[in-house]
Design a protein around this ligand. Structure first.
Ligand code: DC
Length: 219
C-alpha cells in the first residue's frame, strides 16, 4: 500500500472521532470520519421525508447527491451540514441506514477513493475489518457505557430535550444494531490494538496510539 491508513473502530462514544482528528493533525494525515458519511445519508432521508424502509428510494437519492469532506466539514450538494448531522433525529435513525448493504458499498467507495492518494486516519465501525483490512495499524477503542453516554450527551446541541438516561438507552440500542447487523458488523479486527479510553483524556489516548505507531515504524 503506497499511502498509509490508520484504522480506528469502536462503539458510539468511545472517543474515536475526537482522537482521530487530533491524531491526524499530529501526523499531518487526512481524517475521514466515516460515521459522518452515514449521518449525511440519514440527513438526506429525513430532509426528503423518505420512508426509512424504502431502501430503493434511499439508494436512489444517495446516488443522486454529492457528499464531500473539506477542512473537517461535511457538505451535501455544496451545503455545509456538519451541525445538522449531529442532531438527535439523525442519531436515532442512522443505524438503520447503516444496515443497508448498498449504502455501505457507496460509503466504502468514498473512503477508498479519498485514501487512494493520501495518508489517512479513518474512524468507524468496520474500517479495520472491511474497508481497509490491510491498514498500516488498527485500533479498537472502547469505554464504559456510562462514560460513552456522558460524552454523547455533552456533544448534543439540543441537550435540554433529552435526559442522560435516554441517551444511554439510545446508545445501547445503536450498539446492538451495529454489532448484530449482517453487513460488516461492528467488531474488533484480530490484529487491532484494544484501548479502553474510560477515565483517559484525549491527549493520553493519542499518546498511547503514537507509542504503538512508533513501534510499527516510520509514519
Ligand atoms: O460514529 P457515529 O456515531 O458518527 O456513527 C454513526 C452510525 O453510523 C453508527 O451508529 C454506525 C454507523 N457506522 C457504521 O456502520 N460504519 C462505520 N464505518 C461508521 C459508522
Amino acid at each position: 500500500m503506497k499511502y498509509k491508513v490508520i484504522a480506528i473502530d469502536g462503539p458510539a462514544g468511545a472517543g474515536k472521532s475526537t482522537v482521530a482528528k487530533r491524531l491526524s493533525i499530529k501526523l499531518g494525515y487526512t481524517h475521514i470520519d466515516s460515521g459522518s458519511l452515514f449521518r449525511a445519508i440519514t440527513y438526506i432521508v429525513i430532509k426528503l421525508g423518505i420512508d426509512i424502509n424504502d431502501v430503493e428510494a434511499i439508494i436512489h437519492h444517495t446516488k443522486n447527491s454529492t457528499i464531500d469532506f473539506m477542512n473537517n466539514s461535511i457538505y451535501l450538494n455544496g451545503v455545509d451540514i456538519s451541525a445538522e448531522i449531529r442532531e438527535n433525529t439523525v442519531n436515532t435513525k442512522v443505524s438503520y441506514i447503516a444496515m443497508i448493504p448498498e449504502i455501505r458499498d457507496i460509503v466504502v467507495n468514498i473512503q477508498r477513493k479519498i485514501a487512494a492518494n493520501k495518508n489517512v486516519v479513518v474512524d468507524g465501525r468496520d474500517i479495520g475489518t472491511t474497508v481497509f483490512p490491510r491498514a498500516f495499524i488498527k485500533f479498537f477503542l472502547t469505554a464504559s457505557i456510562e462514560e460513552r453516554a456522558r460524552r454523547r450527551y455533552n456533544e448534543l446541541l439540543d441537550k435540554e430535550k433529552f435526559t442522560l438516561e435516554e441517551i444511554k438507552k439510545q446508545i445501547i440500542e445503536r450498539d446492538y444494531i451495529d454489532t448484530n447487523r449482517e453487513a460488516s458488523p461492528l467488531r474488533q479486527a484480530e490484529d487491532a490494538i484494544l484501548i479502553d479510553t474510560s477515565g483517559k483524556n484525549v491527549d493520553e489516548v493519542v499518546s498511547e496510539m503514537l507509542y504503538y505507531i512508533s513501534i510499527k515504524g516510520e509514519v
